[in-house]
Design a protein around this ligand. Structure first.
Ligand code: NAD
Length: 335
């Protein structure tokens, strides 16, 4: 039975990983590592876990099967490659990395070592997203005509000042990496790759807080046909307002909406309305800001089930790489 986890990064999301591994009937967290020794000690004490005194200590522990990387975006690639090369499977938080080259290197390391690389994209488990994915796989929607993505969230000064990596080009990378990679992932998951991207980004209200844009607007075409647009901002007044994907297809118009792709807000279909969508989990609530839907329990379940041969990886390194490529297509188009 493969079930022993270690966590690198004892911050907000690291805590969520520990909680859900502990809650899983088959999961077991052995220990944690963080470069901040104070954070490491208080986190390991609070969660009653072993604290590794160095990354090498963790990598050399023969009891660990899988390591969850819960550190700032810009550190994911190097850590993931080291973990894979030490002979352990990797679960990496989103975004997989913040450059195409480093995402390719991670995927190559997974192929070279024959180990599994899981990328956390928990919005794939949102009930409305799964329902639409099923309809697409059954060819119910017909030709894709147009897809419109709106990501209108709020991230304020408190949020950026809470962790030193946030808002930096080197470790955060940009709003499309940190806040909206989930939406780009769902775009890829449902409709595949894009081409001919045009658009703009701007820092409209976060001067002095972030080294990149807070807003952007893009149009593009899908490789598989149809056109699309993506508008995003972290400047929505006071609070998150909307996170939605509206799909215009030959046989239906469907809006997956709410603030986090958690509701079906509109549907007119050729007889295949989505009924009885189960209630969505609440959003990750971090006090003064809200993140995406909290489906990490399903992510952890997929890791355990896959490592024990009963499921396929929900989002693998190849797909994580494709999403990084799409984000970089957006940023390249804005230059
Ligand atoms: N899936 C989601 O919905 C979701 C939600 C929040 C955050 N995240 C992702 O999780 C990651 C962490 O975010 P967070 O909000 O928990 O950040 P955080 O700042 O709360 O925690 C990060 C921790 O990593 C540690 N760290 C930094 N560099 C390290 C290194 N090289 N080795 C070991 N430890 C290191 C820091 O000391 C800190 O304790 C980010 O990639 C973020 O995008 C995903």
């Amino acid at each position: 039975m493969i079930k022993n986890f270690a966590i690198i990064g004892c911050g907000h999301i690291g805590q969520r990983h520990v909680k859900h591994i502990k809650a899983h009937a088959l999961g077991n967290v052995i220990g944690v590592f963080d470069i901040d020794s104070k954070v490491l000690l208080s986190f390991s004490a609070k969660n009653k876990l072993k604290s590794y005194s160095s990354l090498n200590d963790l990598l050399n522990d023969p009891d660990i099967d899988v390591v969850n990387i819960c550190t700032p975006n810009g550190t994911h690639a190097e850590l993931a490659i080291q973990v894979l090369e030490s002979g352990k499977n990797v679960v990496v938080e989103k975004p997989m990395s913040i450059s195409v080259l480093s995402a390719q290197e991670m995927q190559n390391a997974a192929l070279r070592t024959g180990l599994k690389l899981f990328v956390v994209k928990q919005n794939r488990y949102n009930p409305p997203v799964s329902a639409v994915k099923r309809l697409i796989d059954q060819n119910k929607l017909g030709k894709t005509l147009m897809v419109s993505v709106n990501c209108f969230w709020n991230r304020n000064a408190n949020y950026y000042q809470q962790s030193p990596w946030r808002g930096t080009k080197e470790l955060d990378g940009g709003a499309l990496y940190t806040q909206f990679s989930h939406f780009v992932d769902i775009l890829y998951y449902l409709f595949g790759e894009i081409k001919n991207v045009t658009g703009k980004v701007a820092n409209t209200s976060h001067h002095g807080l972030i080294e990149f844009e807070d807003s952007g607007t893009f149009s593009f075409e899908f490789e598989n046909g149809g056109i699309g647009n993506l508008a995003f901002t972290t400047s929505s007044y006071k609070q998150n307002m909307e996170g939605s994907i509206t799909i215009f297809s030959e046989n239906s118009t469907i809006k997956i909406g709410g603030k986090y792709l958690n509701t079906i807000d509109y549907q007119v279909t050729n007889g295949f309305n989505i009924e009885d969508v189960p209630a969505s989990s609440p959003a990750n609530n971090y006090g003064f800001y809200e993140g995406s839907m909290s489906n990490h329990d399903m992510v952890i379940n997929n890791v355990i089930e896959t490592l024990n041969g009963r499921q396929e990886v929900m989002t693998n390194g190849y797909e994580g790489l494709k999403v990084v490529e799409m984000i970089s297509q957006f940023y390249d188009a804005s230059k």
